[in-house]
Design a binder for this molecule. Structure first.
Ligand code: ADP
Ligand code: 5GP
Length: 202
């Protein structure tokens, strides 16, 4: 039994973290790949839960040792997905969300894993994206500018993803995302909880 890799990308501030928290609470048998990053923790973020926070030296040593499925520099920090953590979850039949940027998603796409599904979350408009990013209050004016500049590049990649979810109304976007997960379970001959289904024989 093996689960699906749910690769999800969005410009910073689109609401991906908010959506994922809701979906993880509502849909059984979902896992989340905790990335490694050199970014400093935000208030309230926990090491090992939100990210594995590591120094640049630690990160580069891990990357040199081939520990990452993908890695990228995003908004001046390094981020990477641990091969081992993902492989263990997938092998146990859990569908695993990879919350990664478009560069990392392209690396996974290029690897050609047939069990990977690509989802893009877009904001309803540019002014709304900027409002959410500033409203979150976690970035300095300077890093907001870096993230908005990157958002332009990320939105230009949305076209090649398998699914697009526009996060306008949060409840409606959560339903859309849930529908994608359930559809992918049907495609994989699994039930709504992610367990394999046997086609009854006469
Ligand atoms: P991301 O993980 O994509 O960077 P967050 O989940 O941190 O984004 O959301 C950015 C901000 O926007 C947060 O303050 C969040 O509460 C808010 N937000 C998320 N989804 C919506 C929505 N559908 N409508 C209004 N505000 C939202
Ligand atoms: P944040 O700093 O806001 O948590 O994340 C910034 C960006 O880095 C987001 O687009 C997020 O998806 C991306 N990101 C987080 N973890 C990883 C990872 O392991 N690999 C890649 N490529 N991007 C990541």
């Amino acid at each position: 039994m093996s689960g699906t890799l749910l690769v999800i990308s969005a410009p910073s501030g689109a609401g991906k973290t908010t959506l994922l928290k809701r979906i993880m609470a509502e849909v059984p048998n979902l896992g989340f790949s905790v990335s490694h990053t050199t970014r400093p923790p935000r208030p309230g973020e926990q090491n090992g839960v939100d990210y594995h926070f590591v120094s640049r030296e630690e990160f580069l040593a891990m990357r040199a040792a081939g520990a990452f499925l993908e890695s990228a520099e995003v908004h001046t920090n390094l981020y990477g997905t641990s091969k081992q953590a993902v492989a263990e979850k997938i092998a146990s039949g859990v569908d695993v969300f990879l919350d990664i940027d478009v560069q990392g998603a392209r690396q996974i796409k290029a690897a050609g894993d047939p069990a990977a599904v690509f989802l893009f979350v877009a904001p309803p408009s540019w002014p709304e994206l900027e409002k959410r990013l500033r409203g979150r209050g976690t970035e300095s004016a300077e890093t907001v500018q870096v993230r908005l500049a990157n958002a332009r590049k990320e939105m230009a990649e949305a076209h090649w993803y398998d699914y697009l979810v526009v996060n306008d109304d949060l409840a409606a976007a959560t339903e859309m995302l849930k529908a994608v997960i359930l559809a992918e379970r049907c495609r994989g001959r699994r039930n709504a909880s992610g367990a394999p289904v046997a086609i009854p024989t006469p």
